[in-house]
Ligand binder design. Structure first.
Ligand SMILES: [Fe+2]
Length: 307
């Protein structure tokens, strides 16, 4: 059975490559959180999208900073780019989004997957966020579904729902470039974990197989890199062909049960990301700090449990 979203994305990727109508991608890597922020632009119109930005955060003091985001402002300004989109691939658990801060300075519409509503429900309950926290995705300007088409300047783009790491993960295929969030990592590092609330290894396998059915030539941009053993440099760009051939967790030939067994066993050994508590509480609000309390101060909560 053909997958209409994959068919549409494949046509888009091949047409854009044939016509030379391809985006320029500049990546900013945040070492403390191992996050790659991509600024992707259409050279014909200079329209750009900022994918998965990072706000600096010191957990000991609770202080935010925007040095990383300022680098992006400087680049966008120097290159005379026009920000049309601020895209989040998902509610990140390892860094805080700088999207609202960037939006205030550069404009653009903030987008995420429509299943954010499910993620807001899960984390809203977990953090007892109260009635002031709207769980309807209204913190975002655009909620994408699987197959939503949009434009970046003159470049066609299509959103894909790729759940598994979280229920709301999206991939954005812009021209011939796929921004795939936390699904696949570099071929020598493997795949994203699937043990966060709402995550599921079997669902992740299906999302990854969908991504791997895009054309081999598709340029692939990742959200994270952690340097694989034996590799000294961070890397964030690969291709579907390289992932199909070489991904250590899920290359062609690895079946669903084998992947789920490997992923589940590996996830059981991983500790939680350092910034999971602030990240989730800020990112579920579209990158905004929690609503201030009656003294005007925002607080990050930590649910405490004993054994
Ligand atoms: Fe993530």
């Amino acid at each position: 059975m053909t997958d209409p979203v994959i068919a549409a994305a494949t046509k888009q990727i091949m047409t854009c490559r044939d016509m030379g109508n391809v985006p320029v991608v500049r990546t900013f890597f945040d070492d403390p959180t191992f996050t790659a922020t991509h600024v992707v632009h259409d050279p014909a119109t200079m329209a750009c999208a900022i994918v998965d930005s990072v706000m600096d955060y010191d957990p000991a003091s609770g202080r935010t900073d925007h040095a990383m985001a300022q680098e992006i402002v400087d680049y966008v300004t120097a290159e005379k780019l026009k920000v049309e989109w601020l895209l989040e691939t998902h509610v990140h658990a390892d860094h805080l989004s700088a999207a609202p801060w960037l939006q205030e300075r550069l404009g653009g519409k903030l987008g995420i997957g429509e299943s954010i509503i499910r993620v807001q429900d899960i984390f809203g309950k977990m953090f007892n966020a109260g009635t002031r926290f709207a769980r309807d995705g209204s913190q975002f300007d655009r909620l994408f579904s699987d197959g939503t088409r949009f434009m970046l300047g003159s470049l066609p783009a299509i959103a894909m729902h790729v759940p598994g790491h979280t229920p709301a993960d999206m991939a954005y295929v812009i021209g011939d470039a796929a921004f795939i969030g936390d699904t696949l990592f570099m071929p020598d590092y493997g795949t994203a974990r699937a043990d966060f609330p709402g995550g599921d290894a079997r669902t992740l396998y299906h999302s990854i197989r969908r991504l791997l059915s895009l054309p081999d030539e598709t340029r692939v941009f990742l959200c994270h890199d952690y340097k694989a053993p034996g590799r000294d440099e961070y890397a964030w760009e690969t291709t579907i062909g390289a992932e199909r051939r070489d991904n250590i967790h899920v290359h062609d030939g690895v079946d669903e049960d084998a992947f789920v067994k490997m992923r589940t066993a590996r996830d059981a050994t991983l500790s939680l990301p350092n910034l999971i508590m602030p990240s989730v509480q800020v990112n579920m609000r579209g990158g905004h700090l929690p609503e201030p309390e009656d003294n005007g101060v925002s607080y990050i909560k930590i649910p405490v449990s004993g054994s």
